[in-house]
Design a protein. Structure first.
Length: 147
C-alpha cells in the first residue's frame, strides 16, 4: 500500500460538537490520503481494525475542494450504511479535461466493539472552515467533523 507523505494536527476549540484538523502534504493524492487517515483515526484506533472488507471509491469533480469534501463524506456514509471502519486507504488523484478524478482503495472491516477500540462517531463533514489550498510547494486542508 501507499506510504503517506504528510501530516495532520488536531485544532482545539473550534466548536463544542465538532472535531477539527489541519492537514499538510506535498501532493494532491497525499493531502487526500492524510485527510482520510485523520478521519479514520477519529473513528477508530486503526491498529485494532483488520482488513477483511475492501471498498473502492471513484469520484470526479471540477472543484478539487468539493472533491475532498465528497470523498470524506463517502467514508462517513460507508461507516453508517455498511457498519464498517477502515484502517488503510490508498488515494490517487488525476486531472483531465478540466476535471479531477479520484480513485481510492480502502481496507477495513465490519464494526466490532469487542475487537476494535472505537473513537468518536462522526456524523458528517461540515462546510464550516472547510478548505483545501495550494500552499508553497504543497497543499493544506482544514476539516471540521460533526460528532
Amino acid at each position: 500500500f501507499y506510504i503517506m507523505a504528510g501530516s495532520y494536527k488536531i485544532l482545539e476549540d473550534v466548536a463544542i460538537a465538532d472535531f477539527a484538523f489541519e492537514a499538510k502534504a506535498d501532493t494532491l493524492s497525499d493531502i487526500f490520503q492524510v485527510c482520510a487517515s485523520a478521519l479514520m483515526d477519529t473513528l477508530v484506533n486503526v491498529e485494532t481494525v483488520g482488513n477483511s472488507y475492501y471498498h473502492t471509491i471513484e469520484l470526479e469533480n471540477k472543484d478539487i475542494e468539493k472533491l475532498l469534501y465528497d470523498f470524506l463524506e463517502e467514508i462517513v456514509y460507508l461507516k453508517d450504511k455498511d457498519a464498517v471502519v477502515f484502517s488503510e486507504c490508498d488515494v490517487e488523484i488525476n486531472e483531465a479535461k478540466g476535471k479531477h478524478f479520484l480513485i481510492a482503495f480502502l481496507k477495513g472491516e465490519k464494526i466490532n466493539q469487542k475487537k476494535q477500540k472505537l473513537g468518536m462517531d462522526v456524523k458528517a463533514v461540515t462546510m464550516h472552515m472547510f478548505s483545501l489550498k495550494k500552499e508553497g510547494n504543497g497543499y493544506k486542508a482544514t476539516v471540521v467533523l460533526d460528532i
